[in-house]
Design a protein around this ligand. Sequence first.
Ligand SMILES: [Zn+2]
Length: 69
Amino acid sequence: MPVKKYQCQQCGYKGSQLLQGKCPACGDANIENVLKNPPAEKEACPIRMLLLITLWCILLYKGYTILIA
Ligand SMILES: [Zn+2]
């Protein structure tokens, strides 16, 4: 079971427990869930690049065959 971690946007307090939904250090309700957004963009990037390169290859190839014919 993953432990939820929070960071206070007001004072920067990091912790896994909140005091009634508020920061235990300064009492502010501006809390961000730290584990909410795992870094997943690094895995999706190479696939997107490959797709883009493939699309460009098809486009260039089609343009080339039109020029020849
Ligand atoms: Zn705080």
